[in-house]
Ligand binder design. Structure first.
Ligand code: SAM
Length: 283
């Protein structure tokens, strides 16, 4: 086990603070500091930015981020039981760790990071991970407030984020992420690495903003992909009827086949569909 600081081993921290894992909070802790250090290194140069971490728990990844030289870490944790353990880390790294108690879905990440350059790194709770990612990749302003996302998900979610057209995993998440970001899965993590072990393998995904995504109205793209993949087995002319009575004509105008199914349409195709539909319909 790596020794990355003079703080006690995570197992002792968990025992000392009675942090028995709660399933309702998606608590599967990574206690191997070799692994948390590998995730921290994957996040890039942390010395000149604020790292936003969601769900520090007992602080395994937090410690690795600080040991890797993060100028500052702002960590949002919903479980108040973790705060005393995190406060010990703050004392060890004076002025470099701010812990915010709360729900990351409800807090404003820009206000918390005070306009600094931001990298987001987290072992996300499974129950809110996808929604948090969607929040970060659908910010109205682009480029966004963050310069990279290094996030652990269930592997199946990671595969949906990076999915290509034609694959089973390709869906709304892959279109939105692929439109605005570039990146991929860096490595998998076995269930055995966690306490308690989850049922599935996890994957660390690294994304950076695409500097010039194809011009498209975000809301229209969200609605078109939701309608198309909401009924993914249907042909577009049927699945997009909810958006327009003239769906078939608009699909042709976008240069696509009305008989195609959502999973056959690439990102450029969805962008042109969203642009055509938003011009004609009030969506
Ligand atoms: N970072 C730690 C690690 O790698 O071992 C813990 C990761 S654990 C998968 C997810 C953490 O997110 C837990 O500490 C949990 O309490 C916290 N959490 C769950 N829902 C949250 C939310 N909505 N906002 C902030 N933290 C949340």
């Amino acid at each position: 086990m790596a020794q990355i600081d003079d703080l006690p081993p995570l197992r002792d921290v968990i025992a000392a603070h009675g942090l028995n894992a709660k399933k309702s909070l998606g608590q599967n802790f990574l206690l191997d500091l070799n692994l948390t250090s590998r995730i921290a290194r994957s996040a890039g140069d942390l010395t000149d930015c604020t790292v936003l971490e969601v769900g520090p728990g007992p602080g395994g990844l937090t410690r690795a981020l600080l040991a890797a030289g993060a100028k500052k870490v702002v960590a949002i944790e919903k479980d108040s039981r973790c705060l005393p353990a995190l406060s010990e880390i703050s004392s060890h790294y004076p002025g470099r760790l701010d812990v915010v108690e709360g729900d990351a879905l409800k807090l404003d990440p820009i206000a918390l990071t005070q306009g600094d350059k931001v990298r987001i790194a987290a072992n996300l709770p499974y129950n809110v991970g996808t929604q948090l990612l969607l929040n970060w990749i659908t910010t109205p302003d682009w480029p966004p407030f963050w310069s990279s996302l290094t996030l652990m998900f269930q592997k199946e979610v990671g595969e949906r984020i990076i999915a290509e057209p034609g694959s089973k995993a390709y869906g709304r998440l892959g279109v939105l992420a692929g439109w605005r970001c570039k990146g991929g899965i860096l490595f998998d993590i076995s269930p055995k690495a966690f306490t308690p072990p989850p049922k599935v393998t996890s994957a660390v995904v690294h994304l950076t903003p695409n500097d010039s995504p194809l011009p498209c109205d975000l809301k229209s793209l969200e609605k078109v992909t939701a309608a198309a993949f909401g009924q993914r087995r249907k042909m577009l002319r049927a699945s997009l009827k909810s958006l327009s009575r003239d769906a078939e004509e608009l699909i042709v105008q976008a240069g696509l086949k009305p008989t195609a199914r959502a999973e056959e349409i690439d990102i450029a195709g969805f962008v042109s569909l969203a642009n055509v539909i938003s011009k004609t319909e009030n969506i």
